[in-house]
Write a protein that binds this ligand. Sequence first.
Ligand SMILES: Cc1ncc(C[n+]2csc(CCOP(=O)(O)OP(=O)(O)O)c2C)c(N)n1
Ligand SMILES: [Mg+2]
Length: 355
Amino acid sequence: MALPNLASASGRKTAAKSANKTSFKSGGEFTGRNSLDFSKDEDLHAYREMLLIRRFEEKAGQLYGMGFIGGFCHLYIGQEAVVVGMQMAQKDGDQVITAYRDHGHMLATGMSARGVMAELTGRRGGYSKGKGGSMHMFSKEKHFYGGHGIVGAQVSLGTGLAFANRYRGNDSVSVAYFGDGAANQGQVYESFNMAALWKLPIVYIVENNRYAMGTSTSRATAQSNYSLRGSGFGIPGIQVDGMDVRAVKAAGDEAMEHCRSGNGPIILEMLTYRYRGHSMSDPAKYRSKDEVQKMRSEHDPIEQVRKRLLDKGWSNEDELKGIDKDIRDIVSDSADFAQADPEPDASELYTDILL
Ligand SMILES: Cc1ncc(C[n+]2csc(CCOP(=O)(O)OP(=O)(O)O)c2C)c(N)n1
Ligand SMILES: [Mg+2]
């Protein structure tokens, strides 16, 4: 099959020529021109979005414990700044794809708490009509492409989304999230090769939360600086403090511009941490409680913003309590809906099937 002439198909050629001033070096420091400071509105927005994800996940954990959620369920608690900061750097039309630790990504793209929670409980009003569960939800409207249980698979699919953008000549960027464990999968590198070769507009986000199930990165990986993983293909990469939503947004802004200007793919390694177990059944013997507690008390992404809002006089306890209440209302409404909504009709077994 003859490959399309991508360079001329998209009109990116000119942009690529003028966009050589990238501020990224492979594995180098972030030297972006964006300030790390957030405005009051940005901080309030980030606070609200991260709190929504946190409270949603806590509720999902409770419902799981009560037996309302079947199958797998992987919580995102601790990593909220990554997806919220990136979403703030994106524009409408940019696609998001991720693995199975995906509820935060869905909420950040604007998918409804009701629809996500009802999918977790397997109800009709869920995004996959109750047939997909935690790991298999999609929203074309919000440009969210899943939700994937095969470790690393979403990296290739996300590269395909970027290929489609390039082929169609639009200026959308695909954002593919994957874990430190997934970063050791072979198909990731096949994807890197094609993305670099064809200068595909994709931001690869490695969510380095230090563990792949119960295996720490130090035990499993020869090169633990994941931002360097694209260097053999000429893909620049940087490490980002993934617990600081401002750092994520600043790096995200630069990365999106890098892609939109026709420079091809880029890797952002987000240094982050998950507070909960890998999934709902995790003996947690591979790390100490002190390690988790230290991250929570010294680096919590939501507390950082909360403290800043109070220190700067941009908000006060009363206002923050009000935001907290709004969020709790949204989440409990979603949980009520997810328990009251009927299960799918048995006839649904025969729909949405590829034969
Ligand atoms: C191809 C494949 N191999 C193994 C598994 C089993 N598995 C599920 S999650 C996981 C760990 C992945 O860790 P990481 O990529 O760091 O993501 P995190 O869970 O930390 O978000 C493994 C090995 C799988 N689902 N798919
Ligand atoms: Mg991991």
